[in-house]
Ligand binder design. Structure first.
Ligand SMILES: Cc1cc2nc3c(=O)[nH]c(=O)nc-3n(C[C@H](O)[C@H](O)[C@H](O)COP(=O)(O)O)c2cc1C
Length: 160
């Protein structure tokens, strides 16, 4: 399958998971492009963590892929804004399978992760995306590396 792994990461947790997913899918013979979202100007540290007042640099078109695996950290009990802006600015995701993934500090998915997935889907579903079960990795009081390994195996099985 032709797969895009597109993600934002500030401190590396989401990047680590994205890398693990990409490497596994490549090893299984998929064509995988990995793209870390960046803003043209650095994010204003004084802005609200949910502000979308920035411009994304060189974002790939999801319509070029069968599957888009889209990841972000949870910020302030929501999705950090880069991945939302990416989906918002996409023209169409008609027929594209979308698997969201999030990493978060708190130990319970309900403390921002589940809401972040729903928020992402609210942008993506009206564009025609077909949702696949999301992955949420929790850090505090958890074993994030083990969760990432299990979720990577689940994703690879799902796309087999
Ligand atoms: C501005 C900011 C807000 C955050 N808000 C939350 C939150 O509401 N809930 C949570 O579980 N973690 C929160 N975190 C922790 C991150 O979600 C967590 O560390 C995540 O794994 C970071 O991903 P990254 O390393 O890819 O940037 C926040 C982190 C930052 C920097």
């Amino acid at each position: 399958m032709k797969i895009l792994v597109v993600f934002h990461s500030k401190t590396g947790n989401t990047r680590k998971f994205a890398k693990m997913i990409s490497e596994r899918l490549i090893a299984e013979g998929h064509h995988v492009d990995s793209h870390e979202l960046e803003t043209v100007e650095p994010l204003n540290p004084k802005a609200s963590p949910t502000s979308m007042n920035f411009e994304l640099r060189n974002a790939p078109d999801p319509k070029d892929y069968e599957v888009v695996i889209a990841g972000s950290p949870v910020w302030a009990f929501r999705s950090a804004p880069l991945i939302l802006k990416y989906i918002k600015e996409t023209q169409s995701m008609k027929g594209v399978k979308l698997l969201p993934f999030f990493t978060m500090g708190f130990p319970l998915k309900g403390m921002g992760g589940t809401g972040a997935v729903n928020q992402l889907l609210r942008f993506a579903l009206p564009k025609g995306a077909i949702p696949l079960k999301a992955s949420i990795i929790t850090y505090m009081l958890s074993k994030p590396d083990l969760q990432m390994e299990r979720e990577t195996a689940r994703i690879s099985e799902l796309l087999r």
